[in-house]
Structure formats: structure tokens, C-alpha cells
Design a protein around this ligand. Structure first.
Ligand SMILES: O=C(O)COP(=O)(O)O
Ligand SMILES: [Mg+2]
Length: 227
């Protein structure tokens, strides 16, 4: 009997409503009913994808913080630490800038291996300070991430695939930004949504006509039962 191929899905820009923000509720049922592992690979802090899996009611297979945190369902792996990124953002603050998330900062509060900065903040001084500390800043279109260059989503996906026993060649990935390029390189088939940035568009096997969840839902429709 034909089965569904395993999925690797990004969140922002990919499961979001066509307007750009907020998870599109139409993705909940197809993901819950998907007859193969679904890996959520995101730049968001660890609790966010875990909560998404929880509320969709699927097993927690999670790559968070752009690969800094990986959860196989049994073990959590940390592939970076927060200290270096923290030092960068402290210097950024000392220079008079702000991370842009308010005093309680729920974007970074539970973040363990990198720090995110609001897109409304100036990026140049952030990049300069990060470079002095040997870190990079990536722009996902949803936040600037101050991070170690090494951890990436793709390596996290490989870790999960090894653990769960998924053949990466069978995996289908959908994503929208530079932080999905390593995922696209790790899996058998990759799709960039129409709203994807240039690096993701270049790296994908195919660029979709639709945006955000419209595009992802179209992929699910197309690949269901094709394994
Ligand atoms: O955290 C971000 O900036 C983007 O998150 P995403 O990787 O799920 O799109
Ligand atoms: Mg994204």
C-alpha cells in the first residue's frame, strides 16, 4: 500500500496564513492525519515547535533554534550554547540598541543556543558586533538570529532521521528562507513557497506557485500516498 513520505516543515512563512502571520488552522488536520513522521524544523525557540506538535497532536520531532536544539522524541541535543550570542546582544544593548521584544521578551526567554532580534532594530551594528565574536546574523524575514555558524536545521534533521529510522531520500521538505537551505540539502525533495527568499528559492528542487500555507497544503495534496 502506498504510504505518505516523511515531512520536514518550517513554521514561519511556510505554515503561516497567506497574510504572513499566525499558523493557518487548515494545516492542523492534514498534519495530524499524516501517515509518516513529521519533523518541525524552525528558527523559533525550543518550546514553540514542541507546543505546535502538542496542539496538532503529533509526536514531538523538533529541530529548534536553527539547529541549536534537536529533539528526537527521546533525547535532546544542544549543538551550541547561548553565551556567545548573549555577549553579542549585551554589547548591542550597551551601544544603545534594543532587542525589540519588550521587557519580558518571550521570544528569547527560553532560547538556549542563540538570540533573536526584532527586524525593526538596526542590523548593521548587530552584524559588526557578532562578527567580532565570531558569530553570524541571519535574517529569516521574521527575525534576525545571532548564532554560531555551525548548527543548522539540516544537521538536526539528519540527527532525527537517524534516530527515528527515516530514509532522508524519502523526505519532503517545505520552507521559505535562508535557514531552510540546509534542510533542502539534506532531504530527497524540497519545495520553496512562492514567498521564499532568494537563498531558499535557489536551493529548492521546486518553487511553488502559492504562498505560505496555501503552498504547503498544495504540496501535501500532491505527495500524499506517493512513497
Ligand atoms: O524564527 C524565525 O525567525 C523563523 O522561524 P521559522 O524557521 O519557523 O520560519
Ligand atoms: Mg520560515
Amino acid at each position: 500500500m502506498a504510504a505518505d513520505p516523511p515531512l520536514v516543515l518550517d513554521i514561519d512563512g511556510t505554515l503561516t496564513r497567506p497574510e504572513g502571520w499566525g499558523i493557518d488552522s487548515r494545516v492542523f488536520d492534514p498534519l495530524r492525519e499524516w501517515d509518516a513522521p513529521v519533523v518541525i524544523a524552525t528558527g523559533k525557540a525550543f518550546p514553540y515547535p514542541v507546543a505546535l506538535c502538542h496542539f496538532v497532536a503529533i509526536p514531538e520531532l523538533v529541530v529548534a533554534e536553527n539547529g541549536g536544539v534537536v529533539y528526537t522524541g527521546d533525547d535532546v541535543f544542544f549543538t551550541a550554547d547561548r553565551e556567545a550570542a548573549q555577549a553579542v546582544t549585551e554589547e548591542y544593548r550597551a551601544a544603545g540598541y534594543d532587542l525589540g521584544w519588550g521587557d519580558e521578551d518571550t521570544v528569547n526567554r527560553w532560547r538556549e543556543t542563540e538570540i533573536a532580534v526584532n527586524l525593526e532594530q538596526p542590523i548593521e551594528p548587530l552584524r559588526d558586533i557578532a562578527a567580532e565574536h565570531g558569530l553570524e546574523v541571519i535574517d529569516t524575514g521574521y527575525a534576525y538570529h545571532v548564532k554560531d555558524a555551525d548548527p543548522n536545521k539540516g544537521d538536526g534533521v539528519v540527527t532525527i532521521a537517524d534516530h527515528v529510522g527515516i530514509d532522508l531520500d524519502d523526505c519532503v521538505a517545505v520552507g521559505d528562507s535562508i535557514n531552510d537551505v540546509s534542510t533542502f540539502e539534506a532531504v530527497g525533495r524540497s519545495f520553496a513557497v512562492a514567498n521564499a527568499d532568494e537563498p531558499a528559492t535557489r536551493a529548492a528542487d521546486e518553487v511553488l506557485d502559492d504562498v505560505h500555507a496555501d503552498a504547503t497544503l498544495a504540496v501535501l495534496e500532491r505527495i500524499r500516498g506517493t512513497k
